[in-house]
Design a protein around this ligand. Structure first.
Ligand code: 5CA
Ligand code: ZN
Length: 416
């Protein structure tokens, strides 16, 4: 698929800091240690509705990872998928009497516009599930041949499932206990009750054609792919096994990332699928997780239409830590708008306090598991001092405002 337009990322003077991120699988904050090419896969949208601030928060967290790697001189191979065939998309199309293909195209186009407006550095590969179906079919064939997958004994709907015991490592990614796995599996698209499975928690790889549902003809029979295998195949094909970061919101830690990893590891005969599994917290509104099914959504495109600056959206979401579940409120937005105005006022002064220390602190905080609240506080302190001194007190540095503007642009993606 076509990705979105690139955004210029300026070079920041001074030394970068090595990035450390919390890894769900190991449960601690560890250095990511990419080679010359840093490899990241972030789970993309299911395009049945517009981008809400929860999606935006997740993609912005990984945009920071991208920008920190660029700052450290890495080339970044960033891959993102689009789940352009899955139950929620079909259900919405049915509800609205829409064509599911048209719905997916429309919402994907809007997503691109939102990402561009938010100055998210685009992925190198932006790949849909539908265009990957021939590869997915091939891979499921291999999983069947190796015994990692099996068909249920149902002549009418001979669906194919993944045997979760196959790799012997199932569960390492989320670290959840059996009860939590069972609960999330049932809540998040799984089908524990499906008769004929070897284990209630085996996951669907290929869904045989049901009346009225779209299907593809293949050597597996008429049908369509399950959800997790899509991300296994796209990530393995583009990045290979052992890539640096697998990302998404915390709702993907189980089942999605657990099964994506297990499918891929069964296929590759190697592990780990990813070296770091990184999860962003959930953004809520009025105490509830923002989700399409609850309908409590604040859309990026609506805010843009109301002339809210995307830079203020970035600063509003960065005011909290990416791993914390947090709320989006009018107050969060108002505070971000004031902060943006204040920073702009400060960098427009002819001189300011020396920038080196502030930039070093900005890098230090971001490299420490993306500690944006502290990063913003360091910039607030610089702006306060600049505005107090009026920019022309003793020690005023004429290069400082430009240096700060460059660092904020490159590292936070905010143009002042
Ligand atoms: N297409 C799949 C991933 S392969 C999917 O989960 N799509 S999605 O549209 O439901 O979500 C896209 C991304 O936004 C996922 O990483 C998801 O974890 C994240 N996300 C969804 N809701 C929220 C929320 N309220 N707060 C933060 N992130 C969210
Ligand atoms: Zn995914």
């Amino acid at each position: 698929m076509q990705t979105w337009s690139s955004v210029a990322v300026p070079r920041v003077p001074g030394e970068s800091r090595p990035l450390r991120l919390y890894d769900t699988a190991s449960g601690d904050i560890r250095p990511v240690s990419p080679g010359r090419i840093a490899r990241m896969y972030v789970c993309g949208i299911t395009p049945y509705d517009a981008t809400h601030l929860g999606h935006a928060a997740t993609y912005l967290a990984f945009d920071l990872v991208h920008r920190l790697w660029l700052d450290a001189g890495h080339e970044v191979h960033y891959v993102q998928n689009v789940t352009d065939i899955d139950d929620p998309l079909l259900e919405r199309a049915e509800r609205d009497q829409d064509d599911w293909v048209v719905l997916a195209m429309r919402e994907t186009a809007l997503f691109r516009e939102d990402m561009e407006a938010l100055r998210v550095v685009p992925p190198r590969d932006f790949i849909g599930a539908v265009e990957t179906i021939p590869r997915i079919v091939e891979v499921i064939g291999k999983l069947l041949a190796s015994g990692a997958a099996y068909r249920v004994d149902d002549p009418e709907y001979p669906d194919i499932y993944f045997d979760r015991s196959y790799t012997g490592r199932f569960g390492y990614e989320s670290g959840y206990d059996a009860e939590t796995m069972a609960r999330f599996f049932a809540e998040r698209g799984g089908d524990p009750e499906r008769p004929g499975k070897r284990d209630p928690l085996d996951a669907l790889l290929w869904r045989a054609q049901r009346p009225g549902e779209p299907y593809w003809e293949s050597e597996l029979g008429h049908g369509r792919p399950g959800w997790h295998i899509e991300c296994s195949v796209i990530a393995l094909d583009q990045l290979g096994v052992g890539f640096d970061v697998q990302g998404g919101g915390s709702d993907l830690a189980f089942p999605h990332h657990e099964y994506s990893a297990a499918h891929a590891e069964a296929l590759a005969g190697d592990h780990p699928f990813a070296r770091h599994y990184v999860h962003a917290g959930m953004i809520g509104l009025d105490g509830e997780k923002m989700s399409k099914s609850k309908g409590n959504l604040v859309f990026v495109s609506r805010l843009r239409a109301a002339d809210v600056e995307p830079a203020a959206i970035r600063l509003g979401l960065f005011a909290g830590h990416y791993r914390d579940d947090r709320a989006w409120t009018d107050e969060v937005l108002a505070t971000a708008q004031q902060r943006l105005a204040r920073w702009r006022e400060a960098v427009r002064l002819p001189a300011g306090p020396a920038a080196d220390d502030t930039i070093a602190r900005l890098r230090e905080h971001l490299a420490n598991d993306l500690d944006t609240p502290r990063a913003l506080a360091a910039l607030d302190a610089w702006a306060d001092e600049a505005l107090r001194g009026g920019g022309h007190g003793s020690g005023g540095d004429e290069d400082a405002p430009t240096a700060i503007r460059t660092a904020v642009d490159a590292l936070l993606g905010v143009a002042l």
